[in-house]
Each structure stands twice: as structure tokens, then as C-alpha cells.
Unconditional design. Structure first.
Length: 546
């Protein structure tokens, strides 16, 4: 007689978990008394802002914290009724990648740049299944086809840098699913990908979950995703679990003030209207950026990648032009070409002057007018320089003012972006993600530019911090008359910041117009597919292909 499934323990039980880090200045309790369960075949979402303890909790399950610097003063983690805390490394190696697998947040750093896709996926198969090389190759191709990678026979030999962001994330999923785990821990699996790719990955995970019967512990700060894919939600802040329950109940009637703030932190608001008669500060006409495809020993050019192919735009003072599209559509390449950081053909006018063909020496004085804020605030700031040095660097390069005058300018711009000028002697690692992005904005603004390219400036930030940064960008634009080229895959952000929207696909503009018209009456099928994916967070059938 088979045992009653109701009497079986939950797949995962976390009880009174504490995580303590021993630092130079003392100890920090990163997780404090967290308890929850995950049942077989269930999707549980663990949500909260950066520093809330979500990822530390997840890493504790697989014993991946930096021991002995990290310790568990008390608590229990049981998988299928068996205790995991304190087990020897040899035991955990049998669990990791086999019965419990994990998808990490940033696939470019989680994947080894020196190994092919086949070798990285095959590693878990060789370790846990003792397959032959031919069996591994066949299984890798099967997995790549399962997660929707085109031409899997060819792509298995690719390196991570040869894949798009969405494809790298799919490779991470294939690695995690190689041994058909019972529990999949997905740590922000869609943060860095576009809305249509996000929708495809979420649908893929749901389909694979149904097919394999596995449970998913989804770690995310995007509540829209939680609403559509999870059955239960756990809300964490400052290391503690403050609310839990069925998704429908928590979203409809949140009880804890922190949960209420999270749900209210959607991108909202509209930019101030563009001043009548505002001059054009940037104009592009028939801009093209083509990269050669080189093959063979002699590196002969056999074709061209048309990253940007005949794009025209005009950007006025005080105006925000939102640029949307999937990875590989040419958004970032367009921004870099506007800043004259990539060679191009076509007309490029900055403040009415055609600068196409100018040398680096000729462009150098003009660069004060054009600045950029990058996607990753930590990666774009030098860890060896203090905040004051980072912000002052542009002033020093352009020979602006004395040392004392530059220090006053740095203090003023830090205050303008909401940072204490007394912090200028600190280093980037001492700040939160939102504060680091404010430092990056201060670095761009200290030169008093007219044009700022914002390349996914909020995608790496929590929802509440994202809302603060958007409010800051809007107020700075209104105060200084800045022109923004705002590149983003988050259409909610674009709607809250942009006056006009340009939709790109495969290097060309497929639709352009005022933000209200694009969102309320999209005319191109690709635009409709983007909007459907963003608003429903599910894959859209019939996405227009090239």
C-alpha cells in the first residue's frame, strides 16, 4: 500500500534560520529567524529589496555562503526530511546541481567565459550521471532545444560572449535542469532581459515545471512576475520574514506596511512638457553602424551585422526619447553612435553642428555636452577611486577650475542628486545600488551636459529605489533642461519618463510617436507584441520575425 502523500514532509522546510556574518567591524545578522516551506510542484516567490536577505537565504539552502565568515547560529534546513545544515561538503556536492539546482541572477558572470556551452552544461552530467562524451553531447543538444536555443548543434560550441542576454539565461536554465532537479532556485532569472524574453523565460519555466513536476523558489523584486507565476509569496525586509500567504490574498490585502510600500512602488508620473520652441540638441539622419563578420585564417569579411541601419531622430532640450526593443535590436549601439563612441555613417548633428568624421581630438571639447549613465552602477564606478575622485574626474580631464573650485562643484552636484557631500571620501562598495546610481548620475551632471544617454539606468534596482531614481531624473531634467535618450526594456519605466517612444527591431525603427499614442494605439505588430508581453508577463503568440 502506497503511503498517503499528505503525510509526506514538505519538499523543503526552512525553520528559524539565522545567518550571521563576521566582518572587520563586528557581526551582522543578515537573516533573522526565517521559516517557510516549499511543497512539491509549487512555485513560492521570495520578494524584498536589496539587502533584505533573499539571496543569502537561498544560498544557505545549498550551503554556498562564504564559510567560516558566515555561520548559522541556529536554525534548520530540511530537504525531503533530511537536514542540510552542517552536512559535509561531499554530501552537498551530491545534492547541488542534481536534486537542487540554482539559476543565478547574472548569466554573464555565472558562466565561465573560457568554456563552451557544451562543456558547462555537460559538467553536471559528467559529475552526477557518469555519462560518456557522446551521451553528454546528445543530452546537451536536447536541453538546448528544450529551452528554445536555435541551432542547438551549432550553439553548443559557442562561448558565452557569443550569445545574447536571453540566450545566456536559457543556457543557465539548461544547466540547472540537466539532471531534472526536484527543486529549482531561480535568483532574479529575468532581471537583465527584455520583456519578450522575460515572458518567454517565465513561460518556459512554467512549462518545464509542469513537465518535470519540480518545485520553484523564485527570488525577485518584480512583483508583476510574482502575480503571474507564483502560488505563494514570502516578503522579506532587513533579514526578517514580515508577511507570507497566497499571492492573491497578499496582493489584494497586504497587511504589513512594508508589503504595502512595495506594492505601491510602481513607476508612476509623467515628465514635464517640453518647452515650446525648445531647440534641437541632437539630430541623426540615416545613421548606420555595420560590424564586419570575419571568417577564416586571414579574417576575410564575409558579411555585415547591421546593428543600426538607417535610423533618424531629433532630440530637443528638455525632451526624453524612449528607445525600446529586444536584445540585439540596436538600442545601445544607437546611443554609443550618438555619443561618437562608435564609428558610423550618416549625419550626426550636435547643437546644430555636423560632427560626422570629426577626430577624437576635435570631439574632446564637445564631450562635455554628451554624457552617459550605464546600466550597472557598481560595474561603471572604479572601486579604487573615492566618490569625490569619480565625480571630479571629468572636471580634471577638461581642466575646469582649481582643485578647490572642483571640490565645491562636486559637493554641489552630490547634494543635487540627494547624497551627503560629506560622503565624497567614501568608496563605491560602501553604498547601496540606488546610491551608486546617484553617484553615476552626479558624475554625468557635473560637466553640465545638454544630452544624457541613459542605458537601462534602473533595471538593476529595486522597485522603490527605481521610483526614486526616476523622480530624480525627471526633476533634474526640468531644472536643467536636459535631453535624455532613455534606453530601457521596461515599458512601465518608458511610459513614466518619456515624451516620445522609438521602437527598434533588428537595427531599424519599426514605429515612433508620442508615448500616449504608442501605448494606447500601437500600430506595428512588433510593438503590440512588446506591449502585450510587458503588460501580461506572458509570451505572445505570433511575435513578428524578421
Amino acid at each position: 500500500m502506497s503511503p498517503d502523500p499528505r503525510s509526506a514532509p514538505p519538499l523543503l522546510e526552512v525553520e528559524d534560520l539565522w545567518v550571521r556574518f563576521h566582518l572587520e567591524g563586528g557581526t551582522v545578522d543578515a537573516v533573522r529567524g526565517v521559516s517557510f516551506t516549499v511543497e512539491r510542484g509549487e512555485t513560492v516567490a521570495l520578494v524584498g529589496e536589496s539587502g533584505s536577505g533573499k539571496s543569502v537565504t537561498a544560498l544557505s539552502i545549498l550551503q554556498l555562503l562564504p564559510y567560516p565568515r558566515a555561520e548559522h547560529p541556529r536554525g534548520s534546513i530540511r530537504f525531503k526530511g533530511e537536514e542540510l545544515l552542517g552536512r559535509p561538503e561531499a554530501f552537498m556536492r551530491r545534492i547541488r546541481g542534481d536534486r537542487i539546482a540554482m539559476i543565478f541572477q547574472e548569466p554573464m558572470t555565472a558562466l565561465n567565459p573560457l568554456h563552451t556551452v557544451e562543456r558547462q552544461i555537460g559538467e553536471a552530467l559528467l559529475l552526477h550521471r557518469r555519462m560518456s562524451r557522446d551521451e553528454v553531447r546528445a543530452r546537451v543538444v536536447e536541453l538546448l532545444r528544450l529551452v528554445g536555443i536555435p541551432d542547438p548543434e551549432e550553439r553548443r560550441l559557442a562561448y558565452p560572449h557569443q550569445l545574447s542576454g536571453g540566450q545566456r539565461q536559457r543556457v543557465m536554465i539548461a544547466m540547472a535542469l540537466a539532471n531534472e532537479p526536484d527543486l529549482l532556485i531561480a535568483d532574479e532569472p529575468t532581471t537583465a532581459v527584455d520583456v519578450t524574453i522575460q515572458a518567454q523565460i517565465l513561460r518556459l519555466l512554467q512549462d518545464l515545471q509542469r513537465r518535470m513536476g519540480m518545485a520553484i523558489l523564485l527570488i525577485t523584486h518584480d512583483l508583476t512576475i510574482v502575480r503571474h507565476v507564483a502560488q505563494r509569496v514570502l516578503v522579506m525586509t532587513e533579514g526578517a520574514l514580515v508577511e507570507s500567504g497566497p499571492v492573491a490574498r497578499v496582493f489584494a490585502a497586504p497587511r504589513h506596511p512594508y508589503t504595502q510600500r512595495l506594492l505601491a512602488a510602481e513607476p508612476r508620473g509623467r515628465p514635464a512638457p517640453v518647452r515650446e520652441g525648445a531647440p534641437a540638441v541632437a539630430e541623426l539622419r540615416d545613421l548606420k553602424v555595420h560590424f564586419p563578420i570575419q571568417r577564416g585564417l586571414l579574417r576575410r569579411t564575409v558579411g555585415w551585422v547591421k546593428a543600426v541601419d538607417g535610423v533618424s531622430l531629433s532630440l530637443r532640450a528638455g525632451e526624453t526619447l524612449g528607445v525600446v526593443g529586444e536584445s540585439g535590436s540596436g538600442k545601445t549601439t544607437l546611443g554609443l553612435a550618438l555619443l561618437r563612441l562608435l564609428p558610423s555613417t550618416g549625419v550626426v548633428r550636435i547643437s546644430g553642428v555636423d560632427v560626422q568624421g570629426w577626430t577624437w581630438r576635435q570631439l574632446r571639447p564637445l564631450r562635455r555636452q554628451m554624457q552617459i549613465v550605464f546600466q550597472d552602477p557598481f560595474g561603471s564606478l572604479s572601486p579604487r577611486m573615492s566618490v569625490g575622485q569619480i565625480v571630479e574626474e571629468g572636471l580634471a580631464i577638461h581642466g575646469i577650475g582649481t582643485k578647490e573650485e572642483r571640490a565645491r562643484k562636486v559637493a554641489k552636484v552630490l547634494e543635487e542628486v540627494g547624497l551627503d557631500p560629506e560622503w565624497m571620501h567614501r568608496y563605491p562598495h560602501e553604498f547601496s545600488g540606488g546610491q551608486r546610481q546617484r553617484i553615476a548620475i552626479a558624475r554625468a551632471l557635473v560637466l553640465e551636459p545638454r544630452i544624457v544617454v541613459l542605458d537601462e539606468p534602473t533595471s538593476a534596482l529595486d522597485m522603490s529605489v527605481q521610483a526614486q531614481i526616476l523622480d530624480l531624473l525627471r526633476s533634474l531634467q526640468e531644472k536643467r533642461g536636459l535631453a535624455y535618450l532613455f534606453i530601457s526594456h521596461d515599458l512601465r519605466v518608458i511610459r513614466a519618463t518619456s515624451h516620445r517612444v522609438m521602437v527598434m527591431k533588428d537595427g531599424v525603427v519599426v514605429e515612433e510617436g508620442p508615448v500616449e499614442r504608442i501605448f494606447e494605439d500601437p500600430r506595428h505588430p512588433y510593438t503590440r507584441a512588446l506591449l502585450a508581453a510587458a503588460l501580461r508577463v506572458e509570451a505572445v503568440e505570433g511575435v513578428v520575425k524578421a
